[in-house]
Design a protein around this ligand. Structure first.
Ligand SMILES: NC(=O)c1ccc[n+]([C@@H]2O[C@H](COP(=O)([O-])OP(=O)(O)OC[C@H]3O[C@@H](n4cnc5c(N)ncnc54)[C@H](O)[C@@H]3O)[C@@H](O)[C@H]2O)c1
Length: 487
């Protein structure tokens, strides 16, 4: 066994405290049964008529999820968990407003602050209770531990991004999901963006020809939020600043990357081979802190480690390339780039532009004008957006994509369908957190990306053009009447 394999085994031994596995549906009948490696790609469990969800982490992100989930017919937000009782109580009001029964409450501190208690007790108790799905919107370091515990206790896990921060955590998610036969899905909402889904539909229609290259990013000036006092609405315990203070490379790679992975059939016909990453120095955080808080402030003296601009280049085994950038500390407009190019065309976002060749062999030298772009948009808008886009925009969450993600997740569970994103997508995308850091700390040295499917990528089927049947969900005409949702 190589070092990586040894540490993976050691890590997994360390998770044995997680206790006995509940009786499970799907591919396992006992904790001892192990699914075939790669089997989670098209994995489905029997239909769950009423999906009982427990949401953990009710800070900035979690409350939107509680609102969305408690609005979907056939979904019950059955449990709520946070460190602080005040946050749980606030979400009880949301559940009530959306017509739900009171959820079970789990919290650590009876108020809005506190320290010193065992902070794993509340989420463990929630995962032990009667639920189908545990929905995790906590700080990054808790994502995998809660997901593993949830799966070990018979629950499916849906985890905010990035779902895993280290290779060990990526492997633990894969192996636990396979062994327990529980879904382990990363909540990558950007796969449900209007542009990203349009792109996927264009690719599936062959409009870009053979894909060659993609570029994605998370470029979002978070300096103010990073330093914002948790007591005044900042990240709980400054968790993001702490991570940036300790790490290098790209800690948040999935927003721009996963939609490209879907379009390129990564883990389903192709896979990541190796990557290299180069990062700039950290300049922006210090400059910001000096101006905002003064030279003598703790903020100005912190000098976080994570470089401002990190650029990763991935090569796939089929010889395609993907660039992934991360910059949350520079003064520049938001962008996920969303560039995809192939033998017959190219598209790019922020602002959205497209150029297609008339026929194979022709060039595509000019971006389409507004009328041509509109025509493409109307013709190739993804069916999920055509069916549920109006509803999603009313429900909100990054322009509606958050709602479409939750809707598809619950719809698939209710109808016994495979989820759109599986644990291998989770692991491959999250492996960049550690691999980019290793590479960037070593002058961009090439890093092999593990094959988390262990060969399954060769036969796994690509993600199709999937949608929802609103009638099955009990929603008849959403464009005129949203009262059929639980809102
Ligand atoms: N997909 C997206 O577009 C998107 C957007 C924003 C945030 N996120 C992700 O959502 C997650 C949460 O981010 P946020 O901005 O809401 O952070 P936050 O700090 O505002 O919220 C985290 C919450 O988790 C709670 N928590 C911490 N430890 C806990 C424990 N032991 N038990 C129970 N609850 C605990 C905190 O009290 C807090 O309420 C992060 O992973 C982030 O990356 C994703």
């Amino acid at each position: 066994m190589d070092n990586m394999e040894t540490s993976r085994r050691d890590f997994l031994k360390g998770t044995m405290w997680m206790g006995a596995t509940a009786a499970l549906a799907g591919c396992v009948s006992s904790a001892a049964r192990i699914c075939r490696p790669g089997a989670m790609t098209s994995f489905a469990v029997p239909p769950i008529k009423k999906v009982r969800v427990g949401v953990v982490g009710l800070g900035m992100r979690g409350p939107g999820a509680v609102h969305r989930l408690s609005s979907i017919p056939g979904v019950e937000v059955a449990a709520l968990c946070d460190l602080y009782k005040t946050r749980v109580d606030r979400m009880q009001e949301v559940v009530k407003k959306n017509g739900g029964a009171p959820a079970r409450s789990y919290f650590v501190y009876d108020g809005e602050k506190g320290t010193g208690a065992d902070e794993s007790k509340a989420w463990q108790a929630m995962c032990d209770s009667e639920l189908d799905l545990v929905y995790i919107a906590t700080p990054w370091k808790l994502h995998t531990p809660i997901a593993l515990y949830a799966m070990e206790h018979g629950k499916h896990a849906a985890i905010e991004v990035p779902a895993a921060m280290t290779l060990e955590e990526c492997w633990a998610c894969v192996e636990t999901s396979e062994r327990t036969g529980r879904h382990c899905m990363q909540l990558e909402n950007c796969c449900y963006g209007d542009v990203e889904m349009l792109t996927l539909n264009l690719v599936r229609h062959g409009k870009l020809g053979e894909l060659v290259h993609g570029e994605g990013a998370y470029i979002h000036d978070l300096r103010e939020l990073n330093y914002l006092d948790p007591a005044k609405g900042g990240y709980q315990g400054y968790w993001r600043l702490r991570w940036n203070n300790e790490h290098f490379g790209n800690p948040y790679p999935t927003h721009g990357l996963l939609p490209i992975m879907q379009a390129m059939d990564i883990n389903r016909g192709d896979r990541f081979d190796y990557l290299t990453c180069v990062s700039s120095n950290q300049i922006g955080m210090d400059a910001y802190a000096r101006v905002k808080f003064g030279e003598d402030s703790w903020e100005a003296k912190l000098h976080p480690r994570c470089g401002d601009m990190s650029t990763t280049l991935i090569r796939t085994v089929k010889g395609r390339t993907i660039m992934v950038q991360h910059d949350v500390t520079s003064a520049r407009p938001y962008s996920r780039i969303n560039l995809l190019s192939g033998t017959q065309g190219c598209l790019n976002d922020y602002p959205f532009r497209i150029a297609l060749a008339d026929k194979p062999g022709d060039g595509a030298h000019q971006w389409f004008d507004a009328a041509q772009t509109e025509k493409i948009y109307k013709e190739y808008r993804h069916p999920l957006w055509k069916v549920a886009g109006a509803l999603a925009q009313k429900m909100g969450g990054h322009g509606g994509m958050d709602f479409l993600m939750d809707l598809r997740l619950c719809y698939c569970l209710q109808n016994g369908l495979p989820l759109d994103m599986d644990v291998y997508d989770l692991a491959a995308s999250c492996s960049l957190c550690e691999l980019s850091e290793r590479s960037a700390l070593n002058r961009g040295a090439s890093q092999d990306v593990p094959d988390f499917t262990r060969g399954g990528w060769k036969t796994a089927k690509p993600l199709g053009i999937v949608t929802v049947d609103l009638e099955k969900l009990g929603i008849r005409d959403v464009t005129r009447d949203e009262s059929q949702l639980n809102v």
